[in-house]
Structure formats: structure tokens, C-alpha cells
Design a protein around this ligand. Structure first.
Ligand code: SAH
Length: 224
């Protein structure tokens, strides 16, 4: 018996639950263990965070262009960073680099509240519409240079950067609560990027280097 849904027959099968389940199976096979992260990524519509022309590729394990020189991270990276955030069991998370808003959405389903900063106004307004439509009411967005953090909402349990820094902006470290963690791609002196977890202990910051990654750079200033 043919068991295609009407949706798949009409050509939007790439956005179906089955496609998402396959993505999540690949994530689990690739070492993602956090059950809630897998559950959330199986449920949320990644294809709505891309231009229509690219939406059919949303569940491939690849990064994809968002326009304006920015990229939506590949699913594995979103899963890995979400897992690192979730392991810290945070309530308040600051994200630098809203981009499409996809990572923001996943975070919003894992923690009590998310603050997310984006320097490019056009990306931010698209992300705002998507997040509103998907009912992510525990997300606060701001158009600003994320290097300044969000002092009015500090301290945060976790700070997550989705763009690569060579040096961590001091305000982000200061806005971390004692015992909190910052997760970021950090570039070494040869320009290689490493996903890094920094834990605050009083005035000390312990760095733990995780896997090699590739992100767009953290840039200063804003684009209107
Ligand atoms: N998490 C995003 C990935 C976007 S790529 C997603 O899921 O789609 C990284 C984003 O960081 C870009 O949108 C870029 O404009 C933004 N960015 C870079 N430097 C920034 C800064 N200083 N402040 C805020 N956003 C920044």
C-alpha cells in the first residue's frame, strides 16, 4: 500500500516529520545524547528559518546561507551547542548572533528565558517574525552589538556565541553569574576555531577546548 501523505505528494515532503526524524537519527548517530535536545529538534520546523528556495535543504547536515553573508549552522552544531547549554541546566541564557533565529527557538524550548542579540537589523526582524509565529514567548530580541552583552538582563547562567571571536569580549564574561558557563567558537593564533566552554569561578575563568568548528566571525558595530 502506498503510504505517502498528501503533503509529501504535493512536494513539500522535505519539510515532513519523517524528514526531521531522519535528521535526528543522524544527530544521535553522530554522538548527540541529550534526549530533550533531540526531541525538540525533531519537533521544530527548521525549514521555516530559510528562504523558500533553500527550504528543501533544511534537514541536510549542512550549513546554509541566510543572506547578508551569514549562515544557518548545520544541525549537528546547533544540537551540540544546545546540548552544552542544556547540560548547564540554566534558566537564563544570553545568545549572541540571532541570525535566522533557529538556534534561538531550540534554546527557547530548553530553558526558561532567552535573550538574543543580532547586529544586522534585517536578519533580526525576520527572526522576530518567525519566533513570534512559532509562539516562542520566552525570547527577548535586541538589535545591537552583542559584544556589549545585555547588561540590564544580566547575570546569565549561560552565554552562547554563534559567531567566532579571537578574544572574548569582557562584558560577556562579566555578565556571567558565578558558576555559569560561556560557550563559544574561539579562534587560536593560527585562525583555527575551537568550540570552547568557559566556566566562571569567582573572578577566574576556566577554559575547556572541545571540537574544531567553523563559524562566521563576531564583528563589531551594527548594520541598520
Ligand atoms: N545562530 C544563528 C547563526 C547565525 S550566524 C542561526 O541559527 O541562524 C552568526 C550571526 O552572528 C550572524 O547573524 C551575525 O550577523 C551575528 N553576529 C556577528 N557578530 C555579532 C555581534 N557582535 N553582535 C551580534 N550579532 C553578531
Amino acid at each position: 500500500m502506498d503510504c505517502h501523505t498528501p503533503e509529501e505528494l504535493s512536494g513539500v515532503g522535505m519539510t515532513s516529520q519523517r524528514t526531521r526524524n531522519r535528521m535526528v537519527e543522524r544527530l544521535a548517530a553522530g554522538g548527540i545524547r541529550h534526549a530533550r535536545v533531540l526531541e525538540v529538534m525533531a519537533a521544530e520546523p527548521r525549514h521555516l528559518f530559510l528562504d523558500e528556495a533553500l527550504a528543501h535543504r533544511a534537514y541536510e547536515d549542512t550549513s546554509l546561507p541566510l543572506g547578508l553573508g551569514q549562515t544557518l549552522s548545520q544541525p549537528w552544531i546547533v544540537a551540540r551547542m544546545s546540548e552544552l547549554v542544556a547540560l548547564a541546566e540554566p534558566q537564563r541564557v544570553l545568545e549572541i548572533g540571532t541570525g535566522s533565529g533557529y538556534q534561538t527557538l531550540i534554546l527557547s524550548r530548553l530553558v526558561r528565558s532567552v535573550w538574543s542579540v543580532e547586529r544586522i537589523a534585517a536578519l533580526q526582524s525576520r527572526a522576530r517574525q518567525r519566533l513570534k509565529r512559532l509562539g516562542a514567548h520566552n525570547v527577548n530580541l535586541r538589535h545591537a552589538d552583542g559584544g556589549m552583552g545585555w547588561p540590564q538582563a544580566a547575570p546569565f547562567d549561560v552565554v552562547l556565541l554563534t559567531a567566532c571571536a579571537s578574544e572574548l569580549p569582557q562584558p560577556l564574561l562579566r555578565q556571567l553569574r558565578d558558576g555559569g558557563v560561556l560557550i563559544a567558537p574561539l579562534a587560536d593564533s593560527e585562525g583555527r576555531q575551537w568550540l570552547t566552554r568557559v566556566r566562571r569561578r569567582g573572578l577566574a575563568f576556566d577554559h575547556q577546548r572541545l571540537e574544531e568548528v567553523r563559524f562566521v566571525p563576531l564583528l563589531e558595530g551594527v548594520i541598520r
